[in-house]
Design a protein around this ligand. Structure first.
Ligand code: PLP
Length: 309
């Protein structure tokens, strides 16, 4: 069997308070695990920089929220924190980063409903190096297409069984949308609701900025994201950046947003925990804002984000 590149795996296991280390190159799941047979489970993807997980509390809280939405009983936050620490320490020991300043790891938490009939969840932490492509896109920006997600923007409230605000393992549709974008020569996707609202990316939150000059000549900067109750996943990166931007004097806004709002913006980004802020260069082939202002705003927001723990 080929070994997955530099992956460290730690299972949450009551018999091992700090987590049970497992070989990622060996089979570890039962074929009857409902994560595998039904995609019935939840996950979180976090970034660790120099061994420290960013926004860990927000991720653990969202994991608890997803578990509640699926009626899933999962390990407590202290158990997760210990298993995460074990996995990161093991990764650092096995695969020391060539340059300590460049040490970004993806820390993934997964919980499934477990093996059929067993009645207990399967839970693990997986640590691997951050992909180079995402880092590159922070610099180069991305080309995006708009795709219909087929649900209206009220669906989350009307049909809670669709689990719209939960981070479930059922990401096949999100991955199919990304492949569709790549076939069109684009890098990423912004989903629209069937009633024409801007929703989110398949693995990211949409942000846009407007800059205006006030009567006294100072710049008013406004950062806007789609309404959180429109059937999207509440982004931990968006939440943290909004707090930092507000403290730095930005005005904040929440949709509803339509495609024209994206095209009229001074800058648009897709933001997520691992890739961070990816500036959107074009949407459906149309250029967004001006490159100079986009660059300036990206640098400012990236600087604010860097201060977030
Ligand atoms: N929306 C979706 C559908 C996602 O999958 C993700 C992250 O993977 C996000 C938004 C961004 O969330 P976060 O900033 O917490 O990474």
């Amino acid at each position: 069997m080929t070994s997955p590149a530099s992956v460290v795996l730690v299972f949450l296991d009551p018999a091992f308070p700090d987590g049970r280390l497992a070989d990622a190159a060996q089979p570890q799941l039962m074929v009857t695990d409902q994560g595998a047979t039904r995609g019935d489970g939840i996950f979180e993807t976090m970034l660790a920089v120099r061994g420290s997980v960013r926004k860990i509390q927000a991720h653990l809280d969202r994991l608890d929220g997803s578990a509640a939405a699926l009626d899933l009983s999962i390990p407590g936050q202290d158990d997760w924190r210990r298993a995460i620490a074990t996995a990161i320490a093991e990764h650092q020991a096995q695969y020391p980063a060539p340059d300590a300043g460049d040490d970004e790891l993806v820390v993934k938490l997964v919980v499934t409903r477990g093996v059929e009939g067993a009645g207990s969840p399967t839970a693990w932490v997986q640590v691997s190096p951050a992909p180079a492509a995402g880092r590159r896109q922070r610099e180069t920006g991305i080309d995006v297409i708009l795709l219909d997600r087929g649900y209206d923007s009220d669906v989350a409230e009307r049909a809670p069984w669709l689990l719209m605000g939960a981070k479930t393992l059922s990401y096949a549709v999100n991955m199919a949308a990304l492949r569709h974008a790549r076939r069109q020569g684009a890098d990423d996707v912004i989903f629209l609701s069937s009633d024409g609202r801007v929703l989110e990316g398949p693995t990211s939150t949409v942000l846009l900025a407007h800059v205006e000059e006030s009567a006294d000549g100072t710049a008013i900067k406004r950062l806007i994201t789609p309404q959180l109750d429109s059937g999207i996943l509440p982004g931990t990166s968006q939440g943290a950046l909004f707090t930092a931007a507000k403290a730095a004097g930005w005005e904040l806004g929440y949709g509803p947003l339509e495609p024209q709002d994206l095209l009229d913006a001074d800058a648009v980004w897709l933001i997520s925990s691992v890739r961070l802020l990816a500036p959107v260069n074009t949407i459906d082939g149309k250029q967004i804002g001006t490159p100079a202002l986009q660059k300036e705003l990206t640098a400012e927001l990236t600087g604010l984000y860097a201060g977030i723990q």
